[in-house]
Design a binder for this molecule. Structure first.
Ligand SMILES: Nc1ncnc2c1ncn2[C@@H]1O[C@H](COP(=O)(O)OP(=O)(O)OP(=O)(O)O)[C@@H](O)[C@H]1O
Ligand SMILES: [Mg+2]
Length: 601
C-alpha cells in the first residue's frame, strides 16, 4: 500500500506559511513589500493588538483586476518573475509568489483591489486558506489587505507569539526599515486607533530620518562618502564616533533597496569603526549598498531577510573603506566647529559667576592661569585660543602636508574644569564637555600607534631577562606573532620547547612582573585578533595598556596642561572617543540649552 500522499493545497500553504509568516511583523513586511512593488506612493498600516487581531495595509498602487486578484492567492503565482533566468537579476522585493496564499492560509483574510481606471473593484474573502467570497467591491483605486486573527487555525503557532507590545514593536521596526529604505513613499501607522506616525514622502534620506527619529539624531550622523569601487556603491548615514546603541535596533542595512540582516555587513561596519566603538555596543547605521543585481542572490532565505554576495570580500572591503572614510570626514567637520569663532555668549553675562564655583576651578586650573573663567561683561572677552603651530604655518610650512604639526588656528575657550575631570569649553556651537582621562587615552593611543607604525615601539632592556613557560597553544601563538611582538617593543625569543625568554619590554610601560604581564598580553590579544593584521594586534595591545598611563580622573591639571590636552586631542584621527570607544567629548549646543531653559520649544 502506498504511503506517500500529495498534501492538499491548504495544508501545503500552511507549511509554507511556517517559513514566511513567523509573526504579525512578517505579515506587515510582506504586505508593504507588495505595495511597494505595485508602485504605491502612499501606504497606510493599521494594527490592532500587536497585529494579532488585525493588520490592514492600504496602498494606492497599481491594483489588480479580478482575475489577477484571484490568481495572487494561488501558490507560486507571481507577476514578478517568469523564468529561472529572471532569478539571476531580481529587481522587485517579492518574487516567490508565496506571501499572499501563505498569509491567507493562516488567518481570516480579505483583499480588495481596484485598478485606477476600472469602474469596479474586487473583494475576496478567504478563511484559513478556503476561498469564501468573491464579489465586486467599491474601494478606492489600489489594494487593501486585511489580515484578522492570525494563526486562529494554528493554535500551536499562536502560542509562540509574544506580548502584544512586543509584537507591536516588531511591527514598528519593520515599518521603520521600509520607510527608511523607501523614502519616496508616504507611510502612516495607526496602532489601536491611535496615530503613531504619518510620514510624508521625503525628498532626501536625511528628511526621512529626521521625520522618523528627530533632528537630534540626524545631527549626530555623518553622510557616507567615498566609494571603494564602481561596482559597489555605498551611501546613507552612519553615527559619528561615540554614538552607539546597546542593541542592533538602529543598525539598518539595505542591499539594492531591500532591508536585510547580514553578519558580513555587521562585521565590516564594526571593523570600519574599529576603536570608535565600545565593546558590546552597536553603531547606528543607515547603510545602503547598491550593486549589480547579478552580484547578489536574494533567493536564499524564506522571508528574504538575508542575501548572498557573489564576492563577499569585495563587499566587506567596500564597507570598511567607506565607514573609515566617513568617520574621517566626520572628524574634519567636527574640528571645523572648533575653528569657527566661538560665539560671544560669555561676554553677555551681566553678573559675576557665583563665588562658590571658584575654589573648585582654582584648584583644578591653578590661580595663575584663569583666563578662561566666567567673567563679568565689562571685562574684555578672553583671548581666543591660538595654538603655537599657527606660527609654524605662517612661517611658510604648508599646513596640508604637515597636518600633525601645523593646522589652522582652533577657536575655543576653556571655561574651567569640573570635578577635576571634565574640562568645560565653549566653541562655535555652544558648550563642550571633555573627559580629560578619556581624552588623554586617545592622545596616548594615537601617539603610540604612530610610533609603532613608523619605527616600532621603543623598548627597554630588562636588568634580568626572564623565562616563561607556556602551554603549547600559547607557545604556538607567540611563535606566529614573534615579529609583531618585537615591533611592539617586546623582546621575546624561543628558549627551548614552549619556553621563551623575555629581555625587553615597551619603555612606556611600567611593568613589575614581566612574565605575568606576558601572560596577560597573550590572553588579551589571542582572543582579540585571530584574523586581524599585525598592526591591529599592536593597536589592541596599546589600547589595553594606554588606560593605565592616561591622566586619571581627578588628576588636577594646570591650565596650560588642559590647553595642551585639548589641542592634542583635536589633532587626533578620531578625537571624539577614547580607544575603547567611550566618548571623549560631549557637545551641548546653544539650541539644546535654549530648549532646556524653555526659551524655545
Ligand atoms: N498590493 C498589491 N498591489 C498590486 N498587486 C499585488 C499586491 N499584492 C500582491 N499583488 C500581486 O499578487 C502577486 C502575488 O503576491 P505575493 O506576495 O503572494 O507574491 P510575490 O510578491 O510575487 O512574491 P513573494 O512571495 O516573494 O512576496 C504579486 O506578484 C503581484 O502581482
Ligand atoms: Mg510579495
Amino acid at each position: 500500500m502506498s504511503r506517500i500522499r500529495l498534501l492538499p493545497d491548504t495544508v501545503a500553504s500552511q507549511v509554507a506559511a511556517g517559513e514566511v509568516v513567523e509573526r504579525p511583523a512578517s505579515v506587515v513586511k510582506e504586505l508593504i513589500e507588495n505595495s511597494i512593488d505595485a508602485g504605491a506612493r502612499k501606504i497606510e498600516i493599521m494594527i490592532h493588538r500587536g497585529g494579532i487581531s488585525l493588520v490592514r495595509v492600504v496602498d494606492d498602487g497599481s491594483g489588480m483586476d479580478r482575475d489577477d486578484a484571484l490568481l495572487s492567492l494561488e501558490r507560486h503565482a507571481t507577476s514578478k518573475i517568469r523564468s529561472a533566468a529572471d532569478l539571476q537579476a531580481i529587481g522587485t522585493l517579492g518574487f516567490r509568489g508565496e506571501a499572499l496564499p501563505s498569509i491567507a492560509s493562516v488567518s481570516r483574510f480579505r483583499l480588495t483591489s481596484r485598478e485606477p481606471n476600472a469602474i469596479a473593484g474586487t473583494e475576496i474573502i478567504v478563511n484559513g486558506g478556503k476561498l469564501d467570497i468573491v464579489r465586486d467591491g467599491g474601494e478606492a483605486p489600489g489594494t487593501q489587505v486585511e489580515v484578522r486573527s492570525l494563526f486562529y487555525n494554528l493554535p500551536a503557532r499562536r502560542k509562540f507569539l509574544r506580548s502584544e507590545n512586543t509584537e507591536s514593536r516588531n511591527i514598528e521596526h519593520q515599518i521603520h526599515l521600509q520607510a527608511i529604505g523607501h523614502r519616496q513613499i508616504g507611510f502612516t501607522l495607526v496602532r489601536d486607533e491611535r496615530l503613531v506616525f504619518q510620514l510624508p514622502a521625503a525628498a532626501t534620506l536625511s528628511d526621512r530620518i529626521r521625520d522618523l527619529y528627530g533632528q537630534s539624531l540626524l545631527e549626530r550622523l555623518i553622510e557616507i562618502s567615498g566609494n571603494a569601487s564602481f561596482k559597489i556603491q555605498t551611501s546613507g548615514f552612519i553615527g559619528q564616533a561615540g554614538l552607539s546603541r546597546q542593541t542592533r535596533a538602529q543598525q539598518l542595512f539595505f542591499v539594492n533597496g531591500r532591508a536585510i540582516e547580514s553578519g558580513l555587513i555587521t562585521a565590516a561596519v564594526r571593523e570600519g569603526y574599529h576603536t570608535a566603538l565600545m565593546k558590546g555596543q552597536y553603531p547606528v547605521t543607515f547603510l545602503f549598498l547598491t550593486l549589480d543585481s547579478g552580484a547578489v542572490d536574494v533567493n536564499v532565505h524564506p522571508a528574504k531577510r538575508e542575501v548572498r554576495f557573489r564576492d563577499p570580500t569585495a563587499v566587506r572591503d567596500a564597507i570598511v573603506f567607506s565607514v573609515r572614510q566617513t568617520l574621517e570626514r566626520g572628524r574634519i567637520e567636527w574640528q571645523e566647529k572648533f575653528r569657527a569663532p566661538a560665539s560671544s555668549s560669555l561676554t553677555e553675562i551681566k553678573i559675576p559667576a557665583p563665588a562658590m564655583a571658584q575654589p573648585q576651578l582654582e584648584a583644578a586650573v591653578g590661580p595663575e592661569n584663569v583666563r578662561g573663567r566666567y567673567r563679568p561683561a565689562e571685562f574684555a572677552p578672553p583671548p581666543r585660543f591660538v595654538p603655537d603651530n599657527r606660527r609654524k604655518s605662517a612661517a611658510g610650512v604648508d599646513p596640508d602636508t604637515t597636518r600633525r604639526t601645523a593646522t589652522v588656528p582652533q577657536q575655543f575657550q576653556i571655561i574651567g574644569v569640573l570635578n577635576k575631570l571634565y574640562v568645560l569649553m565653549e566653541n562655535a556651537d555652544g558648550l563642550v564637555l571633555v573627559d580629560q582621562h578619556a581624552a588623554h587615552e586617545r592622545i596616548l593611543f594615537e601617539e603610540l600607534r604612530r610610533r609603532m607604525e613608523e619605527q616600532g615601539v621603543p623598548a627597554q632592556r630588562l636588568l634580568l631577562p626572564q623565562t616563561i613557560d607556556l602551554p603549547p597553544r600559547d607557545a604556538d601563538w607567540i611563535d606566529r606573532n614573534m615579529s609583531i611582538l618585537q615591533k611592539m617593543g617586546i623582546g621575546i625569543e624561543s628558549f627551548g620547547p614552549n619556553t621563551f625568554k623575555i629581555d625587553s619590554l615597551p619603555s612606556f610601560l611600567n611593568v613589575s612582573d614581566p612574565t605575568q604581564f606576558m601572560r596577560k598580553v597573550i590572553d588579551d590579544l589571542k582572543s582579540a585578533s585571530n584574523s586581524s593584521s599585525a598592526m591591529r594586534l599592536g593597536e589592541e595591545m596599546i589600547a589595553k595598556t594606554v588606560c593605565r598611563h592616561a591622566v586619571k580622573a581627578n588628576d588636577p591639571l594646570r591650565y596650560l596642561e588642559v590647553e595642551k590636552l585639548i589641542q592634542d586631542l583635536l589633532e587626533c584621527d578620531l578625537p571624539y572617543c577614547c580607544p575603547h570607544g567611550r566618548p571623549t567629548m560631549i557637545q551641548i549646543s546653544l539650541a539644546e540649552l535654549e530648549k532646556k531653559f524653555g526659551r524655545k520649544v
